[in-house]
Write a new protein. Structure first.
Length: 428
């Protein structure tokens, strides 16, 4: 009896093991059938986007804005049914827009020109799988990231100048307008100023802003309302200047490149537009009048009397008379807004390879001060921005450099620029 009972228990244990194995195999077979495209019983898999990819993984902002780059998008979907639809969209402005006009297959590729989305987002694509009722079954989003410098200095005017940075910072290449002068009447009637700009080394989270400097350090935005905050790195815009104060003889329009995360000012330029009514040429009251001319019967023109000599007309200058210079004062003088570089030196001016030197400067009457590093062959290196009018800066020379030039650039309120360059040599 005992032996029979042991045999029965062993048989039961073996039967249970086989039963569990059969259940596992049946479940595996069912799962496999569910995710395969077809089965012997014709079971369809759940509609699913398996892959959505791009041949381009990242792109510099400047290359995206200039155009000409292309990517190849690819996708693979299983289980699509008769009424299902694939929709491929691009995020442009503030909404997704469809970028194809033909039905998309379950698996396919599409060559797509890369374009800037007109916002602060990187190029973003969305692939959606919809059923016959338009309900989204599955969806994938593909983002092509921006390439940015690995190290980017973000400086503030209050930051200590003792720093070391690498990478090229955004800067204003040009800011210009065709307006050479505005009258008070034109400003009162709502005159506008068409401005053009170009930014170099733009980074994704930066923006250009336009303000009018109205005195005592105050500024006001003169940009017209627009639907999107983003502005391209190169473009033009119509600005709405305000009337200056009664004694002002010019309008100062400041263009800045700022960081939207930190508010850091990377670079700025000021456009100066003179304000005033031009003085028109006048004719002296004592000038001899011209003789009266009459037409003869034959159609010719004959003078009514003998011609008198004409006194030359004296014209006044268009905007301002030329005044003699006071005794002892040179005729050509600097504008009162021209910055003055009092000192700019390097200590020591001769260093060993890989060592650092300290730049010191003292500038008067400047609204911005920056130092541009220039290599021996003229290549531009680090640009130090938003420096104080008086300060010092520790800079390390590249290990392979024989000499480096440092150019101090000081800008005045009216756009006047003063520059001074020094050379730091490397001891051979």
């Amino acid at each position: 009896m005992v032996g029979s009972r042991r045999i029965f228990k062993g048989s039961l244990r073996i039967f249970s093991t086989w039963a569990v194995a059969v259940v596992i195999l049946m479940g595996f077979a069912s799962t496999r059938a569910q995710f395969s495209d077809t089965s012997s019983e014709g079971v369809q898999p759940i509609p699913t986007i398996i892959e959505f990819a791009s041949t381009v993984q990242s792109i510099p902002l400047a290359a995206l804005e200039s155009g000409g780059r292309v990517t190849t998008l690819s996708w693979h979907v299983i289980g699509m049914r008769g009424g299902d639809e694939l929709r491929l969209e691009f995020y442009r402005g503030a909404a997704y827009v469809i970028i194809h006009d033909q039905p998309l297959p379950a698996s396919g590729v599409m060559e797509q020109p890369l374009e800037h989305p007109g916002n602060f987002a990187p190029p973003t694509y969305r692939l959606s799988l919809l059923d016959a009722a338009g309900t989204v079954i599955d969806q994938r989003t593909l983002v092509i990231d921006y390439e940015t410098p690995p190290v980017l200095a973000r400086l503030t005017a209050a930051a200590t100048p003792e720093f070391e940075v690498s990478g090229r910072l955004p800067r204003m290449e040009t800011v210009s307008t065709d307006i050479t002068r505005l009258s008070l009447d034109q400003l009162a009637a709502g005159a506008v100023v068409n401005i053009r700009w170009q930014i170099a080394n733009r980074i994704p989270n930066s923006l250009i802003v336009f303000e009018q400097m109205i005195g005592d350090g105050e500024t006001v935005s003169i940009e017209p309302p627009r639907d999107a905050l983003w502005l391209p790195s190169q473009g033009e815009m119509t600005l709405l200047p305000l009337q200056p104060t009664p004694n002002a003889d010019q309008i100062l329009i400041r263009a800045r490149v700022i960081d939207l995360f930190t508010g850091v000012i990377y670079d700025e330029l000021v456009v100066v537009i003179p304000v005033g009514t031009p003085v028109l040429p006048t004719i002296p009251t004592d000038a001899t009048p011209l003789p009266t001319l009459q037409t003869s019967a034959g159609g010719g023109v004959v003078p009514s009397g003998s011609l008198n000599p004409i006194t030359p007309i004296s014209l006044t200058p268009v905007f301002a008379p030329t005044l003699p210079a006071p005794p002892g004062v040179a005729t050509a003088t600097l504008s009162p807004n021209t910055p003055q570089i009092l000192t700019f030196r390097a200590v020591p001016p001769l260093v060993s390879a890989g060592e650092s030197t300290v730049l010191t400067w003292d500038v008067n009457n400047a609204v911005s001060v920056e130092i541009q590093e220039i290599g021996e062959m003229g290549g531009r290196g680090i640009l130090y921005l938003q420096l104080p009018p008086r300060g010092s800066l520790s800079v390390m020379l590249p290990a392979d450099a024989r000499l480096m030039r440092y150019l101090l650039i000081a800008r005045g309120a009216d756009g006047a620029i003063s520059q001074q360059e020094i050379i730091v040599a490397v001891n051979p």
